[in-house]
Design a protein around this ligand. Structure first.
Ligand code: CO
Length: 293
């Protein structure tokens, strides 16, 4: 074989290797120009004024760093009231505008929402508005919220049942309390309860607002003669709603109302992000969304 032919053959195998890498989805290394800014992951959370509750966000960020080691990671908060008081925080709009001016071309937005409600749909609208503007961000992918289809409902129900408080006994109720919404996506709460109760009949879902309210859940506990309940937030962080509406000292909190009705209460002040399997679900959702986009 002549030197030229050996060379040609080597070139051929290099081309094959490139094709293989492309086919395997390992396109990142090839697509990013060496000089340009890194692609980014923009995490979009509601935000919380409760310092301690941010441990849940920190836990999620660890998962993101592991899954996207080559990406620039940024945060944004959607709660307008918090953005007013915490000036250094950016809204998703502000964070995307900043990334655009920095010349970032690909942004993957990790939504830390639980259901596809108003907040999530606003985030989608924002992403669409910023995508493909002249000289702007070329591609913006948004991950689905934790609950978004039948499969995710079943998976999350399994994860929640596998990670119930260790000291909880079978005859004791566990009530996962989410935020609640008047948006049609509120149906995800009773849907999740359906799958949870299929796995453990004493596990319930409640919501602070609308949907499955305190009276509804209290009625369920009484109807099932349950005398003890574990209250666990079904929220990304165990922030203001958890500490006040659920566990607060006021007579109308979930804890005090249960106690007043003869139900013993244990509380778990932990956000969903502190459950590694759930954090993994969120991150996996972003990986899948990228493949589809
Ligand atoms: Co609220």
């Amino acid at each position: 074989m002549s030197t030229t032919r050996v060379y040609m053959k080597k070139l051929g195998s290099f081309a094959l290797m490139c094709l293989f890498l492309l086919a395997a989805g390992q396109t990142d290394a090839l697509a990013v120009p060496a000089s340009g800014p890194k692609d980014a992951v923009l995490i979009a959370a509601f935000g919380t004024s409760v310092e301690k509750a941010r441990s849940s966000y920190a836990a999620i960020e660890k998962h993101v760093r592991l899954a996207f080691p080559d990406r620039e990671i940024r945060w944004s908060w959607t709660a307008h009231s918090l953005l007013k008081t915490e000036k250094s925080r950016l809204s998703p709009q502000e964070a995307l505008a900043k990334l655009a001016t920095e010349g970032v071309k690909n942004v993957s937005v990790l939504s830390l929402h639980v259901i596809p409600g108003t907040e999530y749909n606003n985030l989608i609208r924002t992403a669409r508005a910023f995508e493909g503007l002249p000289k702007g961000i070329r591609r913006i992918t948004v991950s689905p919220p934790l609950l978004h289809d039948t499969e995710s409902l079943k998976t999350v129900a399994e994860i929640l049942v596998q990670s119930l408080p260790e000291k909880r006994k079978a005859g004791e109720a566990v009530v996962f309390v989410g935020h609640g919404t008047h948006h049609p996506a509120g149906v995800y709460y009773p849907a999740l309860q359906h799958y949870l109760r299929g796995l453990d009949k004493n596990v319930f879902v409640g919501t602070v607002e609308d949907n499955l309210n305190l009276e509804t859940v209290l009625g369920e506990l009484k109807a099932n003669s349950l005398r003890k309940a574990w209250i666990v937030p079904l929220m990304t962080v165990a922030g203001d709603h958890a500490l006040n509406d659920l566990f607060g000292k006021e007579a109308d909190s979930w804890k005090q109302t249960f106690i007043a009705n003869g139900i013993q209460v244990e509380t778990v002040a932990r956000g969903l992000g502190e459950n590694p399997a759930l954090a993994g679900q969120w991150v996996e959702g972003l990986k899948n969304a990228q493949k589809k986009h």
